[in-house]
Ligand binder design. Structure first.
Ligand code: SF4
Length: 206
């Protein structure tokens, strides 16, 4: 159905759309490389900074980074080493597990990561230029595609607690550790952490 052969595309909407998505992924790769060259960061290091800026605290480890990069532990460790040499990341012992190292952005790393906020603006502008009905259809379609690819194990979706099946809002409002609860880690959630990304997110409407 989807093929790289240009002669087969016109008669197959799925094939045409797949190639368009492929080109968008190439464009995003180009944006990452261009920003990386300007900031002297590799694409993996950029992904690492974004991960450490937005991931929930418990997964900010080498293993968590490896999962996010779809890379080996050794590769993720190399990315962390490079970011540490640039004074963008610091390692510290995990508070409850002596065998695990926690990764955190330094002040310099926070500023570098914040500077990446506009990285995908050209993609966003191209979408904003579409009629509103097309934008809404695009959101529905791409979300459905991502859901299928997630189920097939091709992508891991990191999302916030507020749309997660395992989120228990105001489960214990007087608990000083946090008013909400995560049923996955069976622990309280302070409000700020509910706005971070989590690899264990399960869509609420599943
Ligand atoms: S599993 Fe769900 S509720 Fe728990 S931290 Fe992750 S996103 Fe939040």
């Amino acid at each position: 159905m989807a093929t790289f052969n240009p002669r087969s595309r016109p008669s197959h909407p799925a094939g045409t759309a797949t190639i368009a998505l492929y080109r968008i992924s190439q464009a995003i790769g180009h944006l990452l490389r261009a920003r990386g060259e300007a900031a002297q960061l590799s694409p993996a290091q950029i992904h690492g900074l974004l991960f450490l800026r937005f991931a929930r605290p418990g997964v900010r480890t080498i293993g968590g980074l490896a999962q996010r990069l779809s890379a080996t532990y050794a590769t993720a460790s190399g990315v962390a080493d490079a970011l540490e040499r640039k004074e963008l990341v610091k390692r510290s012992p995990h508070p409850t597990d002596a065998r695990t190292v926690t990764l955190d952005l330094t002040g310099k790393g926070e500023r570098e990561a914040e500077g990446l906020d506009n990285l995908l603006d050209d993609v966003g502008s191209a979408i904003t230029a579409l009629p509103e009905a097309d934008q809404a259809a695009l959101v529905r379609a791409t979300q459905a595609i991502v859901r299928r690819l997630q189920e097939a194990g091709h992508v891991q979706v990191y999302e916030m607690c507020w749309g997660c099946q395992l989120f228990r809002r105001d489960a214990h409002p007087d608990d000083p550790r946090g008013p909400h609860h995560c049923a996955f880690v069976d622990a309280p959630l302070p409000e700020p952490n509910t706005y971070l990304e989590c690899p264990d997110f399960v869509p609420a409407n599943n």
